[in-house]
Design a binder for this molecule. Structure first.
Ligand SMILES: [Zn+2]
Length: 544
């Protein structure tokens, strides 16, 4: 049999014999070198002292484990000045001294370990006839060297959670090479400055909007161009719109109500909005159209953990909920929406109005005055709309109670932050249109939001200053804080509007990092995680 097929070609080995077993191949091999150099003094020696037998594992062949029984020689060192008298023969490449596996097998195992972690790669290795323990896999990863960072010019930095809410680190991505080049153990300004001082080649840094990184970059390399992250900017803008919509709840509810009253006069099959959003959760309206409340989420999570056998105490601790609430949900089969006592819109007064109507009070003006005294804050026309279909005669029944759909400010901020052409069928388009038609301030807030996005998309940084003044004059109070933030970090935000670089790929790398971290079940040390994140998919990892 030609040994070239089986043995690493760089080694001076000769195959003497082999034995085939159902699960493995045993090869009898000897070293053919007639001399070797002393590892201490480098002196060439021909004088053999003895032989010993070593078992070395190699890559599997034909689905069988390959095991070499290698006769290794020991030599005398003939150099009188050398402290070593006897030494074991060394192999040129591919087999480290005292190693039990060929380098090529170690590389395959290390590659798997970097991709899938210790436990998973152990199982994978078994499936193709390599026996290796998880701790060996991890040891091999730890032995890998991280290749030197070669003069990065354009980098992106962001933070990532080692333990959410407690311990954070910093990830540094070479934006040109699309590669994570380093992981820092915290997100302190001084750690990032120190790193930047060691890498003076950096010319452009894309970063989030935190002042910590900004300060670190300014301190370490004031000449470096900073770019604020576009994604965070848009997120902040959306949050600003949400806060503004929070201040407009009354107006939004009025519009929802008017629309639902209008719809209740049209045939049922044409109705779009029919029920209170919380009632909808148990009805057959498409789920994606429904804003799910925090309470609903908590209910579902409680039920999930309950089926998994968690105790009430443990669920409360895991979901950070009060134990009484968990106990309440424990016995319930279906979600029961929380009734709001805060409602000041007309629906909260419907029962009262109906009762008064039946008692004979049928003047909208008088009814408006009455409910005004007990907390109703809106116009008389709302009352008029409400009662205009009530029958004059007591013989006819009153219409069924009106239910309107309300959407959270968060949900609305997402929809209103989209162009009309992007609105999808499941969205309450009619409601959104009516909302914009009836509320000038909401329309203004939406217009300036869309304009900001448009300027960013068209890379028109030169118009950013103008936009800021316009936003300040718009009368939308919530925008003031957002504009202040822009002015404080103007240079970096201007770059976000003009530069071709952004933190988009850094976000992607942070997600990859999170996945790797989860694979290690939270047991990963920082160093191990760092190696896996940097070396995974990196062809240079085998420089061990
Ligand atoms: Zn020697």
């Amino acid at each position: 049999m030609d040994s070239l097929f089986l043995l690493p070609s760089k080694l001076d080995l000769e195959l003497l014999d082999y034995e085939l077993y159902p699960d493995r191949i045993d090869l009898q091999v000897i070293s053919t070198a007639s001399s070797t150099c002393c590892p201490v003094c480098g002196h060439l020696s021909h004088k053999i002292h003895s032989c010993y037998h070593r078992i070395i594992h190699d890559l599997p062949a034909g689905g069988r484990r390959v095991q070499l029984h290698l006769q290794v020689r020991k030599y005398f060192c003939k150099n009188a000045d050398c402290p070593r008298m006897i030494f074991t023969e060394r192999f040129a490449a591919g087999l480290a001294s005292y190693a039990r596996r060929f380098d090529r097998l170690n590389q395959v195992i290390t590659g798997m370990g970097l991709e899938s972690g210790g436990n998973s790669s152990t199982r994978q290795a078994h499936s193709f006839s390599v026996k290796v323990s998880a701790s060996t896999v991890l040891r091999l990863i730890k032995k890998c060297n991280i290749p030197p960072i070669i003069a990065p010019k354009i980098i992106g930095v962001d933070d990532w959670a080692f333990k959410k809410g407690r311990k954070y680190g910093t990830v540094i991505v070479d934006l040109e090479k699309h590669q994570v080049i380093d992981l820092l153990p915290d997100r302190e300004a001084k750690t990032l400055s120190a790193w930047l001082l060691e890498h003076p080649s950096v010319e452009i840094v894309s970063r989030d909007r935190s002042t910590t990184y900004a300060a670190a970059i300014t301190e370490a390399c004031p000449q470096t161009e900073q770019i604020a992250d576009r994604w965070h900017l848009l997120k902040n803008l959306s949050e600003t719109l949400e806060r503004f919509l929070d201040t407009q709840r009354g107006e939004i509810k009025e519009t929802a109500l008017k629309l639902s009253q209008h719809l209740q006069q049209t045939p049922v099959n044409e109705q779009v909005i029919v029920a209170d959003s919380e009632t909808l959760l148990t009805k057959s309206i498409p789920q994606q159209a429904v804003f799910k409340s925090k309470y609903y989420d908590n209910f579902i999570k409680t039920k999930e953990l309950q089926t998994k056998g968690y105790s009430i105490r443990k669920i409360a601790a895991t979901l950070k909920m009060a134990r009484q609430t968990v106990t309440k949900y424990w016995d319930r089969v279906e979600f029961v929406p929380k009734t709001s006592h805060k409602r000041s819109n007309i629906l909260g007064f419907e029962a009262y109005l109906q009762q008064r109507w039946l008692e004979g009070q049928q003047s909208p003006k008088a009814l408006h005055e009455e409910i005004n005294r007990i907390g109703f804050k809106y116009s008389q026309s709302t009352v008029y709309h409400m009662v205009r279909n009530y029958p004059k005669s007591a013989a006819e029944p009153l219409p069924a109670s009106i239910k309107a759909t309300y959407y959270s400010s968060k949900q609305l901020s997402i929809w209103l932050g989209m162009y009309q052409s992007e609105w999808k069928e499941y969205m309450p388009i009619e409601f959104l249109k009516k909302l914009l038609e009836e509320n000038l301030l909401i329309k203004t807030a939406r217009d300036i939001t869309l304009e900001f996005k448009q300027l960013m998309k068209a890379k028109q940084g030169d118009q950013l200053k103008g936009w800021c003044s316009q936003a300040l004059e718009s009368g939308v109070e919530a925008m003031k804080g957002f504009v202040r933030g822009i002015r404080q970090d103007f240079k970096a935000i201007f770059q976000a509007f003009t530069s071709e670089w952004s933190n988009g790929q850094v976000e992607g790398q942070v997600n990859r990092l999170k996945n790797i971290k989860r694979q290690m079940y939270g047991r990963a040390s920082f160093e191990l995680l760092r190696k896996r994140v940097i070396l995974m998919g990196n062809p240079d990892f085998h420089q061990m």
